[in-house]
Design a protein around this ligand. Structure first.
Ligand code: IMP
Length: 409
């Protein structure tokens, strides 16, 4: 059985925790896109693990994790992350495989990434990890894949500096190389979880272009870049937060205008720990944007939603969510492509009463306060997508499973 999990907003929805939770049932976890721009946090018995390149199933000692062909891999970052895991007692040797079609991020890409973004009249605010450059090189057919590292013929156009870098990592990288499509075919009796990076609104096609990342963070990416065909996907989950955040530049219709100390924006950032795992940047905060979420449900054919950070709203007497946009006086309910439209959009907000109690110890739907359940039910009705999992805290155990994705419908 194959389950895909993607972010349904602008990234940082808490996918890492959910993948970690669901990986318990899986044999293999495949991360299919992005690179060291991503940051997935997992909290396990009080210990915090920050992952950037390594798929979130790594904390289980019996899982195989694969870095898929859609990923762009910085070997320095990867082996740094693996060394940090080792220090925390996670034995990864023999369990981390890398698609032979995955592309390598060369050191000079990172500098180019920063320079190119700084020269833009409207910078994207990239993470500076060389991601956009690596994907551009891939699209222009000048990239270096893992399969190319040992191929002298293929490296004939590569500079001495780049060759020296590749030679440094070759002996560590090549033993981890895997033909992902063949591997997954031969292990099709194992349950596999496909983990997206970033989110649907940062996808190069479905996102708020050009204020997006450069990879496929949509559900279709799992098929194109995870090593399976589209017909073999059994279920697609989209993770979203009770509110919305965004890092970097670009339109954000529900962003709070007031970010001063004591503001709601500041409260959410502090309570939800909304700081980038990769860059440490404070995240921009706003109410839940249901127009954007419904769009993510539609274009990714999400079967189920996973709601995280619901506990961040515990002490609010009331809050709002966006149910439509007003753009130049016109009511808009479908998420627009035009950046100008999104920048001019004023959210039409619906008020919800808060539940004013702590939910971090709730472990079932019935234990949640009525007003929290009513908020969830409104989201389900608006998006026409059931919310099957609710996270009420950062620990693995602080999770309410209404329906497991590992059940064929
Ligand atoms: P890049 O992926 O470094 O090129 O950055 C492009 C845009 O995507 C920037 O606005 C980043 O802040 C954003 N971005 C990239 N990765 C993530 C992520 O994992 N979470 C949230 N935003 C991200």
């Amino acid at each position: 059985m194959n389950v895909v999990i993607i972010g349904a907003q602008w990234g940082d929805e808490g996918k890492g925790k959910i993948v970690d939770y669901l990986a318990h049932e899986a044999g293999v976890v495949v991360r299919f896109s992005g690179g060291a721009n991503a940051g997935h946090t997992i909290v396990l018995s009080g210990a915090k693990y920050a992952l950037h390149l390594v798929p979130s199933g790594i904390l289980y000692s019996d899982k195989i994790v694969i870095l898929g062909s859609g990923m762009v891999i910085d070997p320095e970052a990867l082996f740094g992350e693996l060394a940090a895991l080792k220090e925390k007692g996670i034995d990864w040797e023999g369990r981390v495989l890398i698609s032979d079609r995955a592309h390598i991020v060369l050191p000079r890409y990172k500098e180019m990434d920063k320079q190119v973004d700084a020269q833009r009249r409207k910078p994207i605010g990239t993470t500076g990890r060389g991601i956009g450059v690596a994907y551009s090189q891939k699209a222009s057919r000048d990239g270096i894949r893992l399969a190319d590292i040992g191929d002298e013929e293929r490296l004939c156009n590569v500079s001495d500096e780049d060759r020296a870098f590749l030679a440094k990592w070759k002996d560590q990288l090549l033993p981890m190389s895997v033909n992902t499509g063949a591997y997954l075919h031969h292990h099709k009796n194992k349950w596999t979880l496909f983990e997206g990076a970033q989110g649907a609104l940062l996808d190069i096609d479905t996102g708020t272009y050009p204020f997006v990342s450069s990879g496929m963070s949509c559900a279709a990416g799992a098929a194109a870049q995870g090593g399976i065909g589209p017909r073999n996907i059994d279920r697609i989950l989209g993770v979203f937060k009770a509110y919305t955040t965004r890092v970097g530049n670009g339109p954000f219709p529900t962003e709070f205008a007031d970010d001063s100390p004591g503001s709601l924006s500041n409260y959410i950032r502090t309570t939800g720990n909304e700081y980038g795992v990769t860059t440490g940047r404070p995240r921009r905060c706003g109410y839940l944007d249901l127009v954007a979420l419904r769009y993510a449900c539609i274009v990714n054919s999400l079967d189920r939603l996973v709601l995280t950070h619901l506990d961040v709203y515990d002490t609010l007497p009331e809050f709002e969510a966006c149910v439509a946009y007003k753009i130049r006086g016109k009511l808009v309910e479908d998420f627009p492509a035009s950046i100008a439209d999104l920048e001019e959009a004023t959210p039409v907000l619906k008020k919800f009463p808060g539940w004013s109690e702590h939910i971090d110890e709730c472990r079932s739907w019935e234990e949640l306060p009525l007003r929290a359940r009513e908020y969830v039910q409104f989201i389900e009705a608006y998006t026409e997508t059931p919310v099957s999992i609710i996270s009420v805290g950062s620990d693995r155990q602080q999770t309410i499973i209404r329906e497991s994705p590992w059940i064929r419908s």
